[in-house]
Design a protein around this ligand. Sequence first.
Ligand code: AMP
Length: 545
Amino acid sequence: MGADIHNLMMHYPLTLTHFFERSRRLWPQKRLATRVPGQPLFRYTYADFAERTLRLAGVLAELGVKKGDRVATLAWNSHRHLELYWAAPCSGAVLHTLNLRLAPQDLTFIINHAADSVIFADASLWPILEGIRDRIPSVRTIVIMRDAPEPRVPAALPEYEALLAAASPLRRWPTLDETDAAGMCYTSGTTGNPKGVVYTHRAMFLHCLAQAMTDSFGISEDDTLLHIVPMFHANSWCLPFTAVMVGSTQIFAGPNPQPRDICELVQQEKVTFTGAVPTVWIAVKELCEKEGWDISSLRTIAIGGSAAPKAMQLAYRRQFGVTMSHAWGMTEMTPLGTIARLKSYMKQWPEDAQYEVRARVGYPSVGVDARIVDEEGRELPWDGASMGELQVRGPWVVSAYYDNPESAERFTADGWFRTGDVATIDAEGYVQITDRTKDLIKSGGEWISSVDVENLIMSHPKVLEAAVIAVPHPKWVERPLACVVPKPGQTLEPGEIVDFLRPRLAKWALPDEVLIIEAVPKTSVGKFDKKVLRERYKRRRPNDA
Ligand code: AMP
């Protein structure tokens, strides 16, 4: 027998601290900026960012934040929020990003469930906390972040810049284990109470590496990133971590960014990479068409969170020369699952065929195993036709929700996470999300994918947005109802949509009714909120007035 050959590499913990320290050394002169309404952009360097983050770690220590304590944020996208993104986990605390669009009772539930000990809040968002501060007993301190005096905020509350100025920077980060909790995010759950997902350092570390790969989003030091995805949504798609890891120039969209702010920042700062949900890109496209903004500096727009219609992706390519990178993910997956890259030989295909591929959500990222299963849990073939629940596993996929035993049924006995999405996977490995399990429309014996019908409707030149929902039907159980929003200044008759769909859809999948509405309601993270539409039209019968 020879000598022991097992495990002769260092055990080096995969923690965010490594990224922070490396970045601080390598790119001190690289730049970051935040949009501040009514003022020029706030600008500073990575050296400033690193120094302030170490000071912030000093502040956390002075506030009594211990390992594993939850440090919550209620804030828009900004350099301060980025400092919290790094100071909390590298100190051994857990960054808990609160969704500022939630109803007060959900926010109260989440803060209490996570037992947050400190909240860092933007002054403009103080009214949200004011209403619930008596109901969140675990919160010892609320720190206010502001660019200008805010008269509504009680003067007694500590202020971020003052604390930072008075603090001594942390001299040495604590040694952490890679399985220590780094961040926490609650899903905007549709049933029951919101559920908490806790990201480990290891999950984030590996996710950042995978996300930056050329065959993923290809994020590099050369890029100028614009952070639009709210920093409370799904770990902000991990982009604020990946961007620091690679040393990109970073721009933060600031409070409540509107489409015009986004266009202005892209044009002025020559942004090369950004990401957001499709509803944002629908609005930006409208504005670019109307006002002629130049967004051609963009190398890639990451788009996901809900389906990115082929017609919109094609329009961005043809009109603005911008390629979209369609991806699918979940809060529970840190969040990247699949990404729609073309394989090299597909790049020779006609443009239309290429965009058929791009309209799917792509193949699984390295690090993610995916399968589809039928209702009995049997694995289905990758043939592009068999449709089943998508299940995933991997080092950045949730293994249990935080303190939530009742959600155990989301995990299979053989170690997979049930996504709740219904999908097909083709022989090339490309995943097509047909629906959320609850959004599929069951008409007679046939399943109708609401996403397919929506995407077709949104390729109509007069249509801005469309959402398709199931309404109860006495004979067919459920039938599709299409809610369609025309582009501004356009008049649209329901019959035009039906005529448009007829040659493109199976007869039974044609919506029984098309309603022209003013706007599709949106969720707190900007996705179409079909719950609201289902509630609004639940008693509607075909041909009701
Ligand atoms: P959240 O964790 O709130 O971002 O929601 C995750 C869910 O959003 C997934 O389970 C999908 O239902 C949906 N989703 C995310 N990306 C896509 C996409 N590219 N196409 C269709 N649905 C998506």
